[in-house]
Design a protein around this ligand. Sequence first.
Ligand code: DCP
Ligand code: MG
Length: 404
Amino acid sequence: MPKQLEAPPALEFNRIAGNGNAATGAAQLPAAALELAAAMPMPTVTPDPSLLDRKIIHCDCDCFYAAVEMRDDPSLQGKPLAVGGRADRRGVVATCNYEARRYGVHSAMSTAQAQKRCPQLIVLPPAMEKYRIASRQILSIYRDYTELVEPLSLDEAYLDVSATPQCNGSATLIAQEIRRRIADTVGITASAGIAPNKFVAKIASDWNKPDGQMVVRPHEVDAFVAALPVGKLHGVGRVTAARLNKLGAQTCADLRGWSLLHLQQHFGKFGERLHGLCRGIDLREVCPSRERKSVSVEETYVTDLPDLQACRQALPELLVRLAERIARAKAQDSIGKLFIKIRFDDFQRTTVECSGSVLDQETFSQLLETGYGRRRRPVRLLGAGVGVAEAREQQQSGLFDPQN
Ligand code: DCP
Ligand code: MG
């Protein structure tokens, strides 16, 4: 049994009173003060209830770089594969597929060491441009469901789908649909965690990896978090975890035995955060990473569009999706330009734009014709979008209005 680490009330009182040394300070306090300290309520922060009842999805692709490589060369499937630097240049593994993981190969390991563990390991150099393209496609899928998308890296993002109408508002079904679309259009698998907050969603996305998902419903958070090792908490690295373990807290349930003041005493400001996290409380919001400069949609076609006529036929469907997305982003009034993006079958891409403030099919059709005319080859991907003024720019221009 781990030691209980509840601090005595006198120690807490001493912290409130701001005396320097807790142990000696407590001994100097009169009995009445100790009683008062024992009766004092714990300081609590009342969270905004809407933050406790959110639907957050954490989506994370499975062995991302390696998955893209296996998609592009199916003969690699089933074989241990790593993506990374060369052993003879002291390179490291960026990632590896699940076959290679069975041999103990993992990210950040030296390639030389990885090849020792798995002599038949295939090592490919990273092809970042391909991964960026896949990443953009995935982000575009996420944005069909919510504007609140916070990318953490090329293959990982938080989505707040609390107000998403699709799939009857079921975050479980939304995550399933997103994962299916990633598989269908990008050709790789992703896993998802669904929970009322970011930190639980992130842990949950790892639970049924690869190609799986896990839901932690609001009433399940308490028990789910109680059983977690302290090292799983957001912000607790190896050093802090070791310190907590040494002090007797292995799991979050153990940590709940610590008072807020005791945690603050040991961990300063982070103590307050730990106090909330070990109870499953994490009020961080999903922050879209930057102000939007454009709103767009795109489609990678299973079979290339052979000619301009086929591209024109594909346009109305794209524009319907674009209009929906603009409405969701409430960006109708800030459209400043229109653009069409084309990626040809040789992976060359081109973008054509013009100024404009309304979604006009004829204008998009002309942009398409100009762009297509630049290469006249089968088309792999078509995108349509609008440039929008940034909210901040709009606010700032107000400063220079004549009436100000
Ligand atoms: N990456 C890297 N160096 C690292 C870790 C990751 O270059 N030390 C790159 C390669 C990964 C990508 O970032 O493919 C995503 O990182 P993840 O941690 O999500 O790992 P994977 O997606 O590869 O595997 P998992 O299935 O565990 O998510
Ligand atoms: Mg990943």
